[in-house]
Design a protein around this ligand. Structure first.
Ligand SMILES: CC(C)(COP(=O)(O)OP(=O)(O)OC[C@H]1O[C@@H](n2cnc3c(N)ncnc32)[C@H](O)[C@@H]1OP(=O)(O)O)[C@@H](O)C(=O)NCCC(=O)NCCS
Length: 357
């Protein structure tokens, strides 16, 4: 009685406030030219003082529930992937569960930028073994609270946002077809927040040394990322009995355009099969892939039957990849959203015809 697990709802929320590269130039010694050429980023969204990981999550989740046609009380599981939770404890997932009126288990999952795909693979287990019918999986970050705005090597990279999906049990073949998760904890210091945990509790000195903010050895992370993105994606594809050629759309973690290009090259993918929105959001860590998925759907690049490849890497170091065959009938579910965003194409005619086949 093993079940397929299909994405039946999706939603995203980004804070209204935008910080452009010109704004960054006013804060640290940098330039639009440097940021654009080294990363592809043009702007990032930044949370308002009253916004937190849970408020962003709830906004994205409400959209996802509406699209799935279910309510909070229908959920059997909530997982929130984040490194910028409201509190060390309780979990952000607890707050989301209460706000949505859900009556189910809820927990946070920490695998940094790989967290959303880790969480998707966990939710899939609950659905495949028949114990949960609908799971809510959220990737959310308010990195603006943990980024050091005196460190130009990191502060230009990150942004805030949330993305959510509802994963539902289905008899229809498709949904999550394969995945992989990985970890190499040999060098936690390559990307970390050193202070604030049990290893180094916050003291006046550690805070003076700004060790309560993100620290990164960028070029080491870059080398790791270019290596792991392709191999992780290939592993997940192999687990699904597929190769890179079978992918209709590649939705990689949005950390650096050069890393995305290197991974796409390794997978031999033409640019039209690669989704990129890093220019608008920067690196939103666990939120990057679900936000990218929502925008890909919005732009008509996802359609029933399409095989989506998603891959992420992050602090840990961690990596994860997943292959999803899209099954939700976008054309009908998107109607209300389309109306709200008049003029946005949500599916080419050819794609709609492909659906009929
Ligand atoms: C961070 C990153 C963009 C830096 O690009 P890079 O080409 O590796 O640049 P380097 O770190 O070698 O720095 C080159 C120079 O630019 C400078 N620099 C760093 N940030 C800068 C900025 N915002 N503006 C201008 N100059 C900057 C450095 O100080 C260095 O100067 P120096 O040569 O005088 O010492 C790149 O390493 C990267 O993207 N790494 C992966 C990061 C990542 O993905 N993290 C998230 C993981 S989920």
């Amino acid at each position: 009685m093993s079940q397929y697990s299909a994405i039946t709802g999706w939603g995203m929320y980004v804070p209204e406030k935008v910080m452009t590269n010109a704004d960054m130039e006013r804060i640290v010694e940098t330039s639009d030219e440097w940021i654009t050429s080294r990363t592809g980023i043009k702007q990032r969204h930044v949370a308002a003082p009253n916004e937190t990981a849970s408020t962003l999550s709830i906004a994205a989740a409400r959209q996802a529930l509406e699209r799935a046609g279910i309510e909070g009380k229908d959920l059997g599981l909530i997982i929130v992937a984040t490194v910028s939770a409201d509190y060390p404890f309780p979990s952000t997932a607890n707050l989301v569960q209460h706000a949505l009126g859900a009556q189910c288990g809820a927990f946070d999952m920490q695998a940094a930028c790989s967290g959303f795909l880790y969480s998707l693979s966990i939710a899939h287990q609950f659905i495949a073994n028949g114990s949960v019918k609908h799971a809510l999986v959220i990737g959310v970050e308010v990195l603006s609270r943990v980024v050091d705005y005196t460190d130009r090597a990191t502060c230009v990279l990150f942004g805030d946002g949330a993305g959510a999906v509802v994963l539902s049990a289905s008899d229809q073949p498709g949904g999550l077809l394969g995945f992989t998760i990985g970890s190499d904890g040999a060098r936690p210091d390559l990307l970390w927040i050193p202070t604030g945990g049990s290893a180094e509790p916050a003291t006046e000195q550690t805070i003076r040394d700004r060790r309560n903010f993100v620290q990164m050895q960028g070029s080491e992370v870059f080398k790791f990322a270019t290596r792991v993105m392709g191999t992780a994606m290939e592993e997940a594809l192999a687990n699904a009995g597929m190769t890179a050629d079978d992918m209709d759309l590649f939705i990689p973690h949005q950390a650096n355009l050069r890393i995305i290009e290197a991974a796409s090259k390794r997978l031999n993918l033409p640019s039209e099969k690669v989704f990129v929105n890093i220019q608008d959001y920067g690196n939103t860590s666990a939120a990057a892939i679900p936000i990218a998925l929502c925008e890909a759907i919005d732009q008509g690049r996802v359609y029933p039957g399409a095989h989506l490849g998603m891959v992420a890497f992050g602090a840990g170091l961690t990596w994860a990849a997943a292959v999803v065959q899209w099954t939700a009938p976008i054309a009908t579910q998107e109607n209300s959203y389309k109306a709200a965003k008049a003029g946005v194409k949500t599916g080419t005619h050819a794609e709609q015809e492909k659906v009929q086949v």
